[in-house]
Write a protein that binds this ligand. Structure first.
Ligand code: FMN
Ligand code: SF4
Length: 468
């Protein structure tokens, strides 16, 4: 049985100072139990919600500007308003397929506080008039599945889920489903295909925007785990209180998973919009700087799909607008830090290989192009690169995500050379995601590519260790 002691620095999560909205129970070893949840205010927000009208709850979430945490940053309250009136049944699908490289915050939310997530789902169902919720958890996350299953059983037994919840007219069933570990199933229409028992491949949008034509052809809201985990707090404390944290355009807090060459990697809950990359990567309260006296070489600011950033972007706030204007995105909230021992070409290959393996194969530019990208990068690293390989890589990139390319060797001359947001010739953004590591590194470290191609420069041993 779990003990009830407080664990200030549990693995994977760093209990930094600052407001806590979704990680407030993370320090307790038994944070996942119903007992701990109830002892710390769990399911109080559900009671508060049931005393109000569904429209009041929806309007509170809209007013809070609760931005989606799955990647696109779309406001949840606005998305909820897209459900076409009267086309019942509606469904809620919870996206717990988290597989974006460098991202591991939803896993912690599911493992450490499944009752908070379930409560968020219940309140959302109440606000939108839904009676069925599907919770989809990534295949490899065995502990998260186990804890959610246990929490669902506890919540059913306690009368929080099921028929006539807490003696009201409100009834909901929550179904737990888990995938088989495909990254692409995190894309919402592929997730819906998978839930329906089909191969997880994205659908064309339009017409298959889930809010219009979703699960079993019915209007469906798909929300990320962290998005929904915020809903109990917003319901209980209100939009005005939520907006006292963060910036005007990005209120509240957000979880960032930092990995790589910092002294203190981990998941941090930080105020959005007012915290900068520099605060997060170098602050004493956060990652405490680059390890072993090394210098920062580059960082991926928002999960593997995001174009890379460098020293000069460190003072940008953690907010979608400024990060987008600088040519990248906060995406899934995963920041990968690489120091000066990192081989840029090898680091690019590592990510490109991921996308090549995870391509679902539905469209030609992604299916073929990601594999070609991987092969060309591999031969450059093997000392067998050809003089035309840099242009070849940019040409493949242009076929998956049209340019303008090529990018100049001097980054100061080609600030607009990498189009953002990326254009795509593909059904979903996975293909263009494979292009970001290539264009980011060619633009900045073309000389590393050239050295490997012309001088047959072997990979430095330190770099090999650093990115392995
Ligand atoms: C290739 C790909 C992978 C994705 N993976 C995830 C994921 O693992 N988790 C997630 O919540 N959203 C993921 N998304 C975004 C979802 O399609 C969807 O926008 C999100 O679940 C909506 O939730 P939100 O509005 O609460 O952010 C992915 C998108 C793409 C294109
Ligand atoms: S872009 Fe890639 S992952 Fe997305 S639908 Fe096309 S082939 Fe599948």
């Amino acid at each position: 049985m779990p003990t009830h002691s407080y664990v200030p620095h549990a693995p994977g999560y760093v209990d930094n100072e600052g407001p806590k909205i979704v990680t407030s129970r993370f320090g307790y070893e038994d944070s996942f139990t119903l007992e701990r949840s109830q002892a710390t205010g769990g399911y109080q927000a559900l009671r508060t919600a049931l005393d109000k009208t569904p429209a009041e709850i929806h309007s509170e979430v809209r007013e809070a500007t609760l931005l989606g945490r799955g990647g696109a940053g779309f406001p949840a309250g606005i998305k909820w308003g897209f459900l076409p009136p009267g086309k019942f049944p509606y469904y809620l699908v919870v996206n717990g397929d988290e597989s974006e490289p460098g991202t591991y915050k939803d896993r912690l939310l599911m493992e450490r506080d499944p009752h908070q997530l379930i409560e968020g789902c219940l309140i959302t169902c109440y606000a939108l008039g839904l009676q069925q919720c599907f919770l989809y958890v990534r295949g490899e996350m065995a502990l998260a599945q186990e804890r959610i299953a246990q929490a669902l059983n506890e919540a059913y037994a306690e009368g929080y889920i099921g028929k006539n919840i807490l003696g009201t007219e409100f009834s909901v069933d929550v179904v737990l489903t888990w995938g088989a570990g495909a990254y692409i199933v995190g894309e919402e229409t592929a997730l819906i295909e998978s839930l329906e028992g089909n191969r997880g491949m994205p659908r064309l949008k339009p017409p298959y925007f889930p809010a219009a034509v979703g699960l079993y052809g019915q209007p469906t809201i798909v929300n990320n785990v962290e998005t929904l985990s915020n809903v109990p707090w917003v319901t209980e404390n209100g939009a005005r209180q939520y907006k006292t944290y963060g910036s005007e355009k990005s209120p509240g807090t957000r979880m960032f998973a930092v990995s790589g060459h910092v002294k203190r990697p981990g998941v941090y809950e930080v105020e959005q919009g007012i915290t900068t990359f520099r605060d997060l990567l170098y602050g004493d309260n956060f990652c405490q700087g680059i390890r072993d006296g090394h210098e920062l070489k580059m960082f991926v600011p928002g999960g593997g799909s995001a174009p890379w950033f460098f020293e000069e972007q460190l003072d940008l706030p953690l907010e979608a607008g400024p990060v987008g204007a600088a040519g990248s995105m906060l995406g899934s909230g995963g920041i990968i830090v690489m120091d000066d021992t990192t081989d840029a070409v090898k680091a690019a290959l590592r990510l490109v290989r991921f996308y090549a393996r995870e391509s679902c194969g539905k469209c030609t530019p992604c299916r073929e192009g990601t594999t070609w990208e991987e092969r060309v990068l591999q031969r450059i690293l093997d000392g067998e690169g050809r003089p035309s390989d840099i242009e070849m890589l940019l040409d493949i990139a242009d076929n998956i995500s049209p340019g303008p390319y090529p990018v100049a060797a001097d980054p100061a001359q080609d600030l607009d050379a990498i189009p953002f947001p990326p254009k795509q010739t593909t059904i979903c953004p996975l293909g263009p995601s494979s292009v970001a590591p290539i264009t980011s590194t060619i633009r900045r470290f073309r000389h590393e590519y050239e050295a490997k191609i012309t001088k047959r420069d072997p990979i430095p041993v330190a770099a090999e260790k650093a990115v392995s």
